[in-house]
Design a protein around this ligand. Sequence first.
Ligand SMILES: Nc1ncnc2c1ncn2[C@@H]1O[C@H](COP(=O)(O)OP(=O)(O)OP(=O)(O)O)[C@@H](O)[C@H]1O
Ligand SMILES: [Mg+2]
Length: 447
Amino acid sequence: MIPNRTIDPVEIRRRAEEQLQSRQGADAPISSHEMQRLVQELKIHQIELEMQNEELQRAYAELEALQERYFDLYDLAPVCYVTVNEAGMILEANLSAATMLGAARSALAGLPLSRFIQKEDSDLYHLHRRQLFTTAEKQSCELRMVKPDKTTCWIQMAMSITQQPGAPECRMVFNDITERKQAEELLVDMNVELEGKVELRTRELLQIQKQYLHGEKLAAIGLLSASIAHEFNNPLQSVTTVLKGIGKYADLKEKEAEFIDMALQECRRMGNLIANLQDFYRPSTGKYESIDLHALIDSVLPFVKKHLHTRKIAVVKEYAADLPAINAVADQLKQIFLNLLNNAADACEGGGLITVTTEVIGRENVVVHVRDNGAGIDPAHLGKIFEPFFTTKPHNKGTGLGLSVCYGIVKDHGGRIDVESEPGKGTVFSVFLPLQGVHNEGVLPAK
Ligand SMILES: Nc1ncnc2c1ncn2[C@@H]1O[C@H](COP(=O)(O)OP(=O)(O)OP(=O)(O)O)[C@@H](O)[C@H]1O
Ligand SMILES: [Mg+2]
């Protein structure tokens, strides 16, 4: 601050007379001519002094104006200015800084600034301050400040050094960046959420793509199988007829008749295989109609009854009380449940339990779970069981087409089929079907 001194002319006059008297005492007598010259000189001095006085008044007026400007610029500035000494004690703070720190301006002087800095950020502050006094290079950092009312705010602190006559001082400018920091934090949260969503969606898409590729593969194999099956069927029929004819009309020895029977048996097996292959590619010309799923499953059970009986397998039905009718192709659905029940029965070789559960999911889908407590599926096989021709059954027992057919039919209905299995504990196949058959327009999203 600049001292507000004014020039008192009376005081100066008094001091000048005192000095003159002290000088006259020591000087020799003055001639009248000399006296006149001195008076003349004094007058000139007086005018000079008056002029200097005016100059000084003007200089002080300018100084006062500068002081006011300084007050406007420093104290009332919208940014916060704080000056600290090398030990970090506050020397000066403008009004904005005092408001931000929540303390009276007069109370700030002499306090360590670190008192207002959040504990976790104080190392950062000390490091930059030390760096400033060591290198005299400008420093900048972002840290949190704690106000006396315990609220915190983020500030950007810019530090520069000022060389004062005594000791160097650190001038700081604070900018409140709380809003920017909050926006950044929100952005990070949103980013994390978005990444999660993208990951989930990517997984879903990959699953759909996998199903789609599988579907494509099935369709291609299906087409090929259907044409091969068709080509093979006619000669097979001829061979069967010839073999039957030989068996009936030729005079065969016991061993020869046995061979003919074996050949016929193999022909029947081939016939079944061909029928399965034709099933595999059955163009969806089937009629969509309203279907009572419970009645449909019940109508399939007698076909597996013998199978179940001989193996001492019990079937439990846990049907939902309010299962609505679904729009689907009846004979195709029968094929699904026949395949699943046969597989379940095959898995329970030494006896067991098959549970068929139905459930409504939301307002648009139903699910049928076919659960068994049989052998379960080896985890290494889980990814392959829907592939055509994948089978672990002896060659005269399974063609490996059952689940491929199920997969194709469920997909055509706009549904999906899931499997969960634990070796030694059992397996559950879940068939999800939309209430409204979608005529192959889409696939239910994967789990
Ligand atoms: N419930 C189940 N428990 C254990 N393994 C199963 C079950 N269902 C299917 N699998 C396994 O999946 C394989 C493929 O089944 P899929 O129905 O496609 O063919 P398959 O039953 O072997 O032959 P097909 O159905 O033509 O008679 C089976 O060989 C078996 O290893
Ligand atoms: Mg099967």
